[in-house]
Write a protein that binds this ligand. Sequence first.
Ligand code: SF4
Ligand code: SF4
Length: 466
Amino acid sequence: MAKTGKQRLEELKKDIFKCIHCKACRFAYSGEPSRKGIGEWKGKQKSVLYEGMVDSCPAGIEYGWEAFWNAGKIWIARSILTDDLEFSEDLRDVIMPCITCGQCQAQCENKIRTVDIIESLRAACKEAGVPMIDKHQLVDNIVKERNNPYGGEAGDRFKWAKDAGLEKFINNKDANVAYYVGCTASYRQVEVAIATAKLFEQLGINFTLVEDEVCCGSPFFRIGAVDTAQELMRKNLEAFKDVEILYFSCAGCYRTLTIDYPKWMAEDEKLPFKTKHAFELIKELITKEKIKFKPNKELKGKIVTYHDPCHTGRHFAVDYEQRMIEESKNLMFDMRKIGQEIDRWFEKPRVILRKLEEDVGLVFKEMYRIKLNSMCCGAGGGVRAGYPDFSLRTASLRCDEANAVKADFLLTECPFCWRNLYDANELYSHGMVVMGILQMISEYNLLDIIEQPTDEDFLSTEEALI
Ligand code: SF4
Ligand code: SF4
């Protein structure tokens, strides 16, 4: 039976009452106050001191008031559970402009599941009869009618594949590997879908694009429309029930099918397939020395930097940490091991970037806020649709960080991050090229196959964090 937001909030009661309102969650590097940075950087948004702990909650930075920072929201959740506060439109307008980036959860020493709490609070708010904000109501109506939030025709979902000569992969019945494209790459950033599918083809993967694919439900889980999200989840579980593994090029879809679906499925249900992001496969093939990259004169000497999408980075890391804490019999001992595993996870895209540096001649430079402390792109949590100005200012702050390391290319691994960073880069004239890593590999024809990868390589999830 479907769970309600109020039920999830009750389940999270222990977490909510663990909050001591210390406000460590507003910063990046809350555990490293003396961290050396790059000093002051005058970006397009404002002058930022990249040294030590820096504010890193986009909602708090944008709105400033106590209730908008995470600590305020946790206390709102607490007051709801103790009946000291009622849901209202005013309350909704405080809990909705949050990107659900998870920076707060990564900083909290009490390991409070902040994003889960915020999402459940939003769901409970909707269940209490408070209407959604107009823009969220609009996308909710659209997805119910069209199975995607952009309003595209269902029949056009894989138009990009037909246009790119990849139609043989649509409903390819012989394949047990599927590419879950997602709505953003299908209807907007088709460059990402084409690059990913072409790389798969080059690598010799016999994959399928399943025509019954629908929106993963991510925006609806985030904004509290969990009834809509669960309907979409059911359709996808049915559409992909016969494949062994699902590949993703979108961080949000990957997180949703891997982390959210099992949470919202019945207790005795299991995901019928394995999940894996395409960048994980590229990393593994580099480590196994089955692929390398070709040198490229145009790219040689160019500076690239990498934006960790919250959904594949921090969200996987904190979910993994929570699971391990629950299972641990000796937490002091296990925390070190958990930290090492999380670091291994964040290193995966960096293995690709270092290989690009070595083989292609690019120069890879890290921004100040990275990995668990990474600054969000501003697109998630329903913010891009609901609060576009806030969303783009946040993306511009992230572009400031890339400008601070003089990046020519700002690379990421999510079409939704791509979209927001790209738009902010244009709007605020940051002067970089925004691209996906796989898109760069595909568009510059960098892939060099040393040894043909096998089905075992494609089906393996041995290196997965979750
Ligand atoms: S959520 Fe964690 S870090 Fe934030 S105020 Fe509460 S206890 Fe402190
Ligand atoms: S999820 Fe991100 S935007 Fe929301 S309160 Fe936490 S740090 Fe702030």
